[in-house]
Design a protein around this ligand. Structure first.
Ligand SMILES: [Zn+2]
Length: 184
């Protein structure tokens, strides 16, 4: 809904600008830095995960910069204990997330059903650049045990591979698991 109204407002401003009656100015939007992060796409895929060929290991370079630094610290800590982590999915743009949602609508037959399985762009922590899906599950389990020291926590009961970064976790500990990201 927010996306639709934002695009609508931009289209209106652009149309007025084209008539020459209005000077185009960028109207500051609350949370604009996050909005920019949300337009940055992540890799569509990556090299095969050397631990398990069912997964890939995407370059994590498009994560929010502080999250990328935290990710590198986590990976180094894991490596120090002989554990390799593969990023099966990391950063997505709004557009990439919207495409995943559209695919789910096709697969499940309605937006209502799709929304039980896939988040809209405004809701996904992958779009905000703070989430990674870690595979294989043995590696994810290591992160679940050790990630909090680096600000990484599992968040959902139904996604043992999905971790989110928040520096506050290092002092508060991980929050209780939620049943799922979609609330279904
Ligand atoms: Zn995820």
């Amino acid at each position: 809904m927010l996306v639709a109204s934002l695009f609508g407002a931009l289209a209106a401003v652009t149309a007025l600008g084209a008539t020459g009656r209005m000077v185009l100015v960028w109207v500051p939007v609350v949370g604009r830095p996050i909005a920019i992060v949300e337009e940055i796409p992540g890799p569509e895929t990556g090299p095969v995960c050397p631990l398990d060929a069912r997964y890939v290991d995407e370059p994590a370079v498009k994560l929010r910069p502080d999250v990328l630094a935290a990710w590198q610290r986590l990976r180094t800590a894991a490596g120090g204990q002989g554990v390799q982590l593969c990023v099966n999915d990391g950063k997505r743009s709004r557009e990439q997330q919207a495409r995943q949602f559209a695919d789910a609508v096709q697969q499940f037959g309605s937006a209502e059903l799709a929304s039980k399985y896939v988040l809209q762009p405004d809701e996904s922590m992958h779009v905000r650049g703070i989430a990674v899906d870690i595979q294989p599950l043995a590696s994810a389990a290591w992160v679940e045990r050790n990630g909090v020291a680096h600000g990484w926590c599992r968040r959902y009961e139904n996604e043992p591979w999905h971790f989110e970064y928040d520096p506050a976790y290092t002092t508060s500990g991980c929050p209780a698991l939620l049943p799922s990201a979609t609330g279904s």
